[in-house]
Design a protein. Sequence first.
Length: 214
Amino acid sequence: MIIAGVEEAGRGPVIGPLVIAIAAVKEEDEFKLKAMGAKDSKLLTPLQRERLYDAIIDLCEYEIIVVSPEEVDAAVMSEETNLNWLEADKTAILINKLKPDKVYLDCPSTNLDAYKNYIQKKLNYKPELIVEHKADVNYTIVGTASILAKVTRDSEVRKLKAEFGVDFGSGYPSDPLTMAFTSKNFNKYPFFRKSWETWQKAKKQAPQKKLGEF
């Protein structure tokens, strides 16, 4: 039996992409992931995650989707969908690609059954879906996927900083450097999530230009 875990990194930041990853392995080989130290990425240091990433991609089948800030904004500001359903849509794409027999999902929604049913309808086959809160902590295979997602997200953030020659911190609203950067530069770069309250507030509080300054 092939088991898989799906997890995301970067739901909360005002800057940069959302990343969603799936990792799949033979059920009898999951112990190898646990033995190498795979667990929820938040419980690991950046160096530990980087080292585990290479070991994981050698052992597992995997797929990763990078969702742009523009696509996140479109979902958040849409009347037809939202961030949870966007994550569910991408999750279904990942599952359909690898077709594991059993999939463990860390559910972002408070309604576990609704989330599970939504994804099942998007699949072109019928795997066993285990949909829970804190699955990234409770299941090694989901923690494994979280490492793939987090390392990829961190890499994407480094690319943005290098491309634009700026340092905006982690990209999360809880980061003072990110907050200060957003306040000063909200209208200068394409990597902001404009649907986020942090960005909206920065735009609202920006001093209005006088007529002669245009």
